[in-house]
Each structure stands twice: as C-alpha cells, then as structure tokens.
Design a protein around this ligand. Structure first.
Ligand code: ATP
Ligand code: MG
Length: 325
C-alpha cells in the first residue's frame, strides 16, 4: 500500500526558489511513490489577518506554480481547504483535547507574532496547529513533509492524535514528519529566502528579473577585488549553484578559482543567471501554456470530489467513536 502524504501551502503569493528546494522538490519525488494530497490552506491565511482581497488570485497562482513545476494531477490530489468544510468540525473536536497554555508554547506562534507585529493572538491564530492537525487527520495522513521550522506544529498533531486514539479508540494513524530539503538563503544573504523579506527569486520571475536580482546578490562581504581570495561557504551565490547547476564539474572549478581569487563576482553571477534561467525556462513555458488553458475551478472541484468522501468517512468514524452519533 502506498503511504498517504499530506502537504500544503497557504495561498499568500507566488512561490520562490526556496519553496522549490524546501518542499516542491520533495513532492515531485513523492508523487510517484506515495498517495499525495496537496492542500491549499486558505483558512490558514486568515489566522494572520482577514484581508482577503488577493485570496482568489493567490489560489490561482499557487495552482499554476504547482502545475508548472511538474506536479501531476493524475498522481496528486490538489484541493482547497475551505472546499472541504468537514475540517472545521474536526478542528472543533480536536480543540477540546488540548489546553490553551500548550498552544501558547508552540515556538512558531511567537515567531509569527514577532514577524507580523501581532500583540495578542486571535483565537484562530492560537488554534493554527489544531486546524493543521485536523487537515492531516481528516485524510488520515501518515507522512507529512515539513520544513524544519514547522516541526513543532507536527508535534501538536501527534499529541492530539495520540490523545484522541487513547480516549476513543484507534481512529487515526500517528503521522510522521519527513524533514526534507535545505533552507535556501535569500539573495541578501539572510538565512531564509522569503517573499516578506523581499529577498526571493520567484518561480514566475522572467529572465530580466532574475538577472537583476542575481547581479545584485550578496556574496562574500570581505571580498573587495576579483583578485582577493573569496569564501564559498555561506556564500548564497554558490549555495544556489550547488542547488541548481547541473554541471557540478564547472561549479567545482568556479569555487576553486573563487577561493584563489582568479575570478570576479560578476563572472560567477553571470553563470548563475544562466543556470537559473535554464532551470526556470521549462517552468515558464509550461506556465505560459497553462495561463491560456487552465480551468482552476475544475481542478479545485476535482480535488474537492476526491477528498469529500474521505472526509465524510473520517468524520463518521470520529463521531461514532465519540458517541456523537
Ligand atoms: P514566505 O516566507 O516567502 O513569505 P510563506 O510564509 O508562504 O512564504 P513559509 O510558511 O515560510 O512560506 O513556508 C512554506 C513551506 O516552504 C515550508 O515548508 C517551508 O519550510 C518552505 N520554505 C519556505 N521558504 C523556504 C526557504 N527559503 N528554503 C527552504 N524551504 C522554504
Ligand atoms: Mg514565511
């Protein structure tokens, strides 16, 4: 039996190279060997504020990003969270099994509050990990690929499922986290590429945008002249080359010349522009085709139809186990 995998994204804007390295690549590998569900977590976007004017368009862009990198709808089920409202019922029930202090201790809550300048969390934000647990449990997800930063949320899911199972009987498998992929730094040298930090190269960026961003990239701050020996480690230009260049021999050569001080930053960056455009070109052309032909409504409806019976079945079992029916 294929393992059931649940992954997803909040539809908050276009995906970037960091998302590719951190999650999309793993999904592309998994789609052949597992039963993959990809959740467009629109309810989750509301936990950070209820400005929804771009929401529909963001959902569309997210689907386009998925398809243009090569997620195959014959193999994976893409669905929108709010199209399967059973998740809210399960989240409500899960909410009875966890305390407020436990949720207040989830480390990412503090990070989100700091980053988004939120003084007091809403009920919804505090309950974010509970809703996430319901997302996973609803489809009986067994494997959840997450970024390192998300591991603490999955702990809440596992606790909730253990608590439920021990209280009411084994209804859910206990999901395991699959931590895959590295964290890609930003073009400014910050530890994480992120659209909110404005240091990201988007999968939908055109050739000129990529060139501009790469030529302005942070490299080795101690290096002033092309003849100065440079540092390769923690240098985002080389981290990107390691992640995306096919010609590893060439990268090795560039690194050794950089360390010796026989090549300029500009030359290395020009090569990176070439490498990234070569990686992005097929993604761009697929996107261009899809823009003309894609029927987002139909894709979401197909996803909803596949997930709805699974959701109904899970909820029936839950209610039976809890003697609600
Ligand atoms: P952004 O941070 O760019 O605004 P976001 O907030 O929608 O995007 P996150 O919630 O930070 O994205 O991450 C979504 C998923 O993508 C997570 O699994 C995370 O680990 C992964 N991810 C995001 N940025 C990176 C990155 N720079 N490198 C590797 N993985 C990343
Ligand atoms: Mg983020």
């Amino acid at each position: 039996m294929k393992k059931r995998v649940l992954t997803g994204d909040r539809p908050t804007g276009p995906l970037h190279l960091g998302h590719y390295i951190g999650t999309l690549k793993a999904r592309l590998d998994l789609q052949d060997e597992a039963e993959v569900f990809v959740l467009i977590a629109d309810y989750h976007t509301l936990t950070r504020g209820v400005d929804t004017k771009n929401l529909r368009n963001n959902v569309r862009e997210l689907v386009l990003d998925y398809l243009s990198v090569g997620l195959d709808l014959k193999k994976v089920t893409v669905y929108r969270q709010s199209d399967v409202p059973q998740v809210t019922e399960l989240a409500l029930l899960f909410g009875m099994l966890i305390t407020v202090p436990r949720l207040s201790r989830v480390p990412t809550l503090k990070e989100v509050m700091r980053d988004e300048k939120i003084k007091t969390p809403s009920f919804g934000l505090l309950g974010y990990p509970v809703l996430q647990a319901a997302d996973i449990a609803l489809v009986k997800g067994e494997v959840v690929p997450v970024g390192r930063d998300q591991a603490s949320h999955l702990e809440v899911t596992r606790e909730l499922i253990r608590r439920f199972n021990s209280e009411f009987g084994e209804v859910f498998p206990e999901p395991e986290a699959l931590i895959k992929g590295e964290v890609l730094p930003g073009t400014d040298g910050k530890a994480k590429m992120s659209k909110s930090l404005d240091n990201a190269i988007m999968l939908s960026d055109g050739g000129e945008a990529v060139e501009k961003k790469v030529m302005g990239m942070y490299t080795d701050p101690k290096r002033v002249h092309a003849t100065d020996p440079g540092h390769v480690e923690r240098n985002p230009v080389f981290i990107y080359l390691d992640a995306f260049a096919k010609d590893t021999g060439k990268v090795k050569d560039l690194k050794s010349r950089y360390e010796k001080g026989t090549i300029s930053d500009v030359e290395v960056k020009r090569y990176l522009v070439e490498v990234l455009n070569e990686f992005l070109d097929p993604i761009r052309s697929r996107r261009e085709e899809l823009e003309k032909s894609v029927d987002i409504g139909k894709i979401l409806e197909d996803g909803r139809r596949k997930v709805a019976p699974i959701a109904d079945e899970t909820l029936s079992k839950v209610k039976e186990a809890m003697k609600l029916v």
